[in-house]
Design a protein around this ligand. Sequence first.
Ligand SMILES: *[C@@H]1O[C@H](CO)[C@@H](O)[C@H](O)[C@H]1NC(C)=O
Length: 293
Amino acid sequence: MAERSRPRRAVDHRHRLRLRRLLVLLPLALLLSQLPALLLRRANSLGRRCLPGAPDRLVRDPRLSLAIVTLADEGASGSRARRSFRGVLAATARNKRAYAAAHGYRLVALPASAVDPRRPPSWSKVLALRAHLRRHHWLFWNDADTLVTNPEIPLERILFSVIGHSDFDDSPDLVLTEDFGGVNAGVFFIRRSKWSERFLDTWWNQTSFVQFSSTKSGDNAALKHLIDHLSAEEMQAHVRIAKMQCLFNSYPWVLTWKSAHRLIFHLPTTWKAYWIFRGLFRWRLHDSFCWFG
Ligand SMILES: *[C@@H]1O[C@H](CO)[C@@H](O)[C@H](O)[C@H]1NC(C)=O
């Protein structure tokens, strides 16, 4: 009798220990999982500055023509957009149309017919930009799965805050943001110039980067490659990378193993990049742009 109950008691004891450990760890894990959300939700009130204060005279230049260029058609949006949210593209198109109308920008929404079927759709941004480059001073490329989250901020204010002045002739040609992996091709500015034309042609010519996988199309890798191989002089003359990713290419932070790992090991990069969005269509007007990755 005694011999049989001893192991049972040992098992009970072990269960109790495990339960107690769980009771301690569970709230701790819950608390930890909420910490980044608390931190990032309040990032801007905790002192993060995505948009540096620009003097008023830098804010608008009515002579400049700006166009937002994007992919409008759901059928042509490729695997990434299909993977995200159904109907989001219609909402993001509405969102951009309203923003463009409010500030007097042209909105160029690329239809499915403008997509080159020989490559994943996101490569066609290069063609679209190339085709419209001469018609405007600046083009602002937006991947289809992006939203203007703070429509009060005009593009000029964002652009000039990176460039440091508003002189078109003296401006760099490419204004980008960087994330964990380097420069990001989801949202960026390109200026009307011979250099930009050549750059876009060269980018399109990076055929060895074309990929048909479900998550990668290669256009971003090709851009990264080109940027990495520019000389220091060329970089200085033609490319600017915003100090804060959240200036115009914020990513929404959601808890995953990867994002938790990055939060711990790359806190400064996370801090520069993320915002918390609460519910699909109730964004906080924190930063300028958000990319639904
Ligand atoms: C891109 O490739 C085409 C066709 O091979 C070539 O004619 C053109 O000069 C290339 N352009 C650049 C900028 O590399």
